[in-house]
Design a protein around this ligand. Structure first.
Ligand SMILES: NC(=O)C1=CN([C@@H]2O[C@H](COP(=O)(O)OP(=O)(O)OC[C@H]3O[C@@H](n4cnc5c(N)ncnc54)[C@H](OP(=O)(O)O)[C@@H]3O)[C@@H](O)[C@H]2O)[C@@H](O)CC1
Ligand SMILES: Nc1ncnc2c1ncn2[C@@H]1O[C@H](COP(=O)(O)OP(=O)(O)O)[C@@H](O)[C@H]1O
Ligand SMILES: [K+]
Length: 502
């Protein structure tokens, strides 16, 4: 499955596997062999391997890989950071089985080899690199020699993806049992190369004890919640999404969101527009319906029709008191909804006020609300809440935000994090930088609302919306403009429903 484990949870998996009868030395042996397999797949016997081993168990994996590769005919040198006598436990055991020379890492010349095994630091990285470790990592990166990283590229924090002053740039990374947040979050993800997840004999059953609450976003996470329409279905069964338009200058944002909601499968989509933008929308003959809606009272009146079961408020809505009132009206309707863009910025430094409005929503937790800030909007919203704004990694910040607001938060970017108030989180990695284009976020908010309209629960709708949006972005690729995204959805949906078997 696609669970993501923190380094502490990985340590627990390790302990549980050992308690269930697999010795730690065996786990390390399998880990080292998996690394050797990757090196052997990329390089031919006879080539020169430099294994850089650190002072902990990551280094132990490096000693195993070195031994296995030497046995397969590679010309292997081992360099150790620290003293051999200081190695402990399984790492000391692995080092004892290495019969070749061990050079001091300070003398190692990375340029004198064909491939490097980076076994300096893994889950145990405890502080910024400095001194000899820093100099070594910089020499490796400058050498241009391909690196296979053990567990994580040394210098990348496995929990946060942060680069601790410097980090190895790996050509490929081999991790064990399950990925860690640092493989998915930036900048760590960009240091990993392709990540291989090796089975080292830890039974999946340990997950029942660990109960991970973070996943790599993917269809398996939400497939049961989003199925193809039933053969006997009709459009009202697929929900009715309402997108609130800004004034004349911002009407395009609402149209993008509306088309996103329609394409993802909402049965009906209506744009609620202020009078000054009515003519603009009316001139567009398409499947999007149109209603006049002036101010909070107008919006409340439209949402009083309970068939309109999901809304989007925020894209090009304008920043200020008026938009805060529109948010209040939308929340008070009891319908599900997405708060995006100006709806978030209108609560600059007032996340506590927004949290109160969310807590008072009549549908309670059953009224699904999803917020979709990018980093800028997130920073502005939580100016009043240092515990959220500076909660640490992107994963931790999104989780803290969701918990403090009592709603699902989608913290967007190349490594979008989706977090629910109950602690569940997913990290998305199927995007493309071509998605960074004007209006792309508006389409996302519409897609999520379209899923909410189809009764997909908040967390699943947010995860699925982010995934479909990214797939659509990849399907278009270079030259993408936001208008293309809704029209790329049919192909993506077709493939999804075929895979999902519905
Ligand atoms: N869990 C599992 O299932 C399995 C785990 N396995 C492997 O074990 C790895 C984790 O091993 P680990 O816990 O020994 O930590 P590791 O990454 O070797 O680093 C700790 C050492 O580094 C040092 N150190 C830290 N930061 C530093 C810095 N900035 N600069 C300098 N030194 C620094 C730190 O020193 P200290 O902080 O004590 O001074 C300590 O000596 C894991 O990534 C995987 O590869 C596999 O064998 C299979 C099963
Ligand atoms: N480098 C990137 N890689 C993948 N996705 C990205 C990248 N940059 C931005 N995105 C995605 O593109 C969308 C941009 O949304 P947003 O910033 O709100 O733009 P806009 O306000 O122009 O609509 C988000 O879904 C975001 O996750
Ligand atoms: K490493």
């Amino acid at each position: 499955m696609n669970e993501v484990l923190s380094t502490a949870q990985m340590g627990e998996a390790d302990r549980l596997a050992i308690a269930a009868g697999t010795p730690g030395s065996e786990l390390m042996d399998k880990a080292g062999r998996a690394v050797a397999d990757v090196v052997a797949r990329r390089h031919k016997a006879g080539e020169r391997v430099l294994a850089l081993c650190g002072p902990g168990n990551n280094g132990g994996d490096g000693f195993v890989a070195a031994r296995v590769l030497a046995g397969r005919g590679f010309r292997v040198r081992v360099a150790l950071l620290g003293a051999r006598e200081a190695l402990r436990g399984d790492a000391a055991g692995a080092a004892a089985l290495w019969s070749g020379a061990v050079e001091p890492a300070s003398a190692a010349d990375p340029a004198e080899c064909d491939v490097i095994v980076d076994a300096l630091f893994g889950a145990g990285l405890a502080r910024d690199l400095d001194g000899e470790a820093l100099a070594l990592v910089e020499r490796v990166n400058a050498s241009g020699v391909p690196v296979v990283a053990v567990d994580v590229p040394s210098g990348v924090d496995g929990n946060t993806g942060a680069v601790r002053r410097a980090a190895i740039r790996a050509a490929e990374t081999v991790t064990f049992f399950r990925p860690k947040p640092g493989h998915l979050l930036l900048p760590g993800r960009l240091r990993c190369g392709p990540v291989r997840i090796a089975d080292i004999g830890i039974p999946d059953a340990v997950l029942a004890t660990i109960r991970p609450a973070c996943w790599a976003n993917g269809t398996r996470l939400w497939r049961p919640a989003f199925r193809a329409p039933a053969p006997e279905g009709h459009k009202y069964g697929r929900g009715h999404a309402l997108v609130l338009s800004g004034g004349a200058e911002g009407a395009g944002a609402a149209r993008l969101a509306a088309r996103g909601a329609l394409r993802i499968g909402a049965g009906l989509v209506t744009i609620a527009t202020p009078s000054d933008a009515l003519a603009l929308h009316a001139g567009r003959p398409d499947a999007v319906m149109l209603r006049r809606s002036d101010g909070p009272a107008g919006l409340a009146a439209l949402l009083a029709d309970r068939r309109r079961n999901a809304w989007v408020v925020g894209p090009a809505a304008g920043v200020g008191e008026r938009t805060r009132e529109l948010v209040a009206a939308a929340l008070a309707s009891g319908a599900h909804g997405v708060l995006d863009a100006d709806a978030l910025t209108s609560f600059e430094g007032a996340s506590a006020e927004l949290a109160r409005a969310l807590a008072a929503r009549p549908g309670g937790a059953g009224q699904a609300i999803v917020l979709t800030p990018h980093e800028g909007e997130f920073g502005r919203l939580f100016k009043d809440s240092p515990p959220v704004a500076s909660a640490g990694s992107k994963l931790e910040r999104a989780r803290a935000a969701a918990a403090s607001l009592g709603a699902v938060v989608v913290l967007k970017g190349p490594d979008t994090v989706i977090a629910a108030p109950d602690g569940r989180a997913a990290i998305n990695a199927n995007g493309t930088p071509f998605l960074a284009t004007a209006g792309s976020g508006d389409v996302l908010s519409g897609i999520v609302a379209g899923l909410l309209a189809q009764s997909v629960p908040a967390f699943e709708a947010a995860c699925a919306g982010v995934w479909f949006h990214a797939e659509a972005g990849c399907a278009v690729g270079p030259g993408l403009i936001a208008d293309d995204l809704p029209d790329a959805l049919p192909k993506v949906l077709k493939a999804y429903f075929a895979e999902a078997g519905t």
